[in-house]
Design a protein around this ligand. Structure first.
Ligand SMILES: C[S@@+](CC[C@H](N)C(=O)[O-])C[C@H]1O[C@@H](n2cnc3c(N)ncnc32)[C@H](O)[C@@H]1O
Length: 372
């Protein structure tokens, strides 16, 4: 196992960065300014509400072409990475990236935005922040809050959270940053663990691994050491095929820090089978309900219940009587459904967990998907 040695204080960096962003926002709000604040409607609404930005300074990236946006003198890009990449690529081609600042780098904006809205220990406002999609990875923030809600009721002080499939590290850094935010408002600590071969996808074999989508060696990690250096102390990267690295990891788990959340993003069926072996560990090493973000089960027309991550889940369910991984649509009244809420949220039900047998004082009444 390789333990990360990075010690960067991401929280402090986030705050400093955000101060810069606020300063820019203030400059941008001046009437007649030729600078533009760019993002999706939702985030623009929030920015306008919080910082009284002139409507004329806001550009909705959903409805405005990138080359039109690039005409502005200065740009503050408030979108997600994939929102901002198009405009950023254009500016890069023109050698003009110095005219823009992007707020989508892991941890740069969402922490302070959630603080601004007043995250508190009982998490109501953190939920509200997630509701409003402040985080650029709401699909990690939501399940983390599901995990924290359980931990609080069970008196658990530390959770282990996992990303299977790390690639460039954006997801792992997001996860670490969100955990830091949740620790600061709940005192629950996190051990954050990322698994990757480092060398890209292992053998993509038959139709179950989606050879029409992926190839062996695709998604190689660009710079493992650089990523390690940027990880906070509580976050580690385990390099190697999950088929080989999971067992030694599991042997060192402790019941005091049960598995609270898993992101399954290894793309293929074979790798998903290896990753799901995690759910064979003793019940008290897991939360009674472990939220799982499943990245690749429904987006492409060729993804199905008979291939890829979804097939691995179905087979797991067939083989385990008291452990079932169940898909749930996260419906929230009066809110527009986001794609991850429809296709990507699963819950591992640990029916042999003492809590599921009604032992102890813990009750799960009130942890309702639509309230989180
Ligand atoms: C889509 S990328 C992950 C992206 C990342 N989760 C994010 O959102 O930023 C998939 C990664 O899974 C890794 N992977 C696939 N199968 C694996 C296995 N059996 N063991 C370890 N890593 C694996 C690949 O190396 C690849 O980097």
């Amino acid at each position: 196992m390789n333990i990360a040695n990075g010690t960067k204080n991401t929280l402090k960096n986030d705050r400093q960065l955000f101060k810069g962003i606020i300063k820019r926002l203030k400059i941008y709000t001046k009437k007649g300014s030729k600078t533009k604040v760019c993002g999706r409607r939702r985030i623009l609404d929030i920015a306008r509400h919080l910082y009284k930005i002139e409507p004329s300074a806001c550009v909705n990236i959903e409805t405005t072409p990138a080359n039109k946006i690039a005409e502005a003198d200065k740009l503050l890009l408030l979108g997600t990475p994939w929102d901002n990449n198009t405009i950023w690529d254009l500016l890069e081609q023109r050698g003009e990236t110095n005219r823009a600042v992007r707020a989508d780098r892991p941890g740069e904006l969402h922490f302070e935005l959630s603080q601004t809205f007043g995250v508190n220990p009982n998490l109501n406002l953190a939920f509200e922040s997630v509701y409003h999609n402040f985080y650029h990875r709401t699909w990690y923030a939501y399940p983390l809050i599901v995990a924290v809600s359980q931990a609080q009721r069970m008196g658990i002080k530390e959770l282990t959270v996992i990303e299977f499939g790390v690639w460039q590290g954006d997801g792992l850094l997001n996860l670490a940053s969100l955990c830091e935010m949740l620790t600061s408002c709940t005192s629950i600590n996190f051990r954050v663990v990322g698994f990757d071969t480092g060398a890209g996808l292992p053998n993509v074999t038959d139709y179950r691994d989606h050879p029409e989508l992926w190839y062996t060696g695709e998604l190689k990690m660009p710079n493992i050491d650089k990523l390690r250096r940027s990880l906070p102390d509580n976050c580690e990267l385990i390099i190697g095929d999950i088929a080989n690295t999971l067992s030694p990891f599991v042997e060192n788990l402790i019941a005091e820090a049960p598995i609270g959340f898993v992101a399954l993003d290894v793309d293929t069926y074979s790798s998903s089978v290896a990753a799901l072996n995690l759910f064979e560990i003793p019940a008290d090493f897991l939360l009674p309900v472990v939220p799982i973000y499943v990245d690749d089960s429904y987006v492409n027309i060729s993804q199905s219940n008979f291939t890829g991550e979804a097939l691995a889940i179905n087979e797991f369910n067939k083989d385990h009587e008291l452990r079932k991984i169940d898909h749930k649509i996260i419906v929230r009244p009066d809110r527009e459904l986001l794609p991850w809420q429809v296709g990507s949220m699963y819950f591992a039900h640990i029916f042999d967990h003492p809590v599921r047998a009604g032992e102890g004082n813990c009750t799960f009444i009130g942890i309702d998907v639509h309230k989180l």
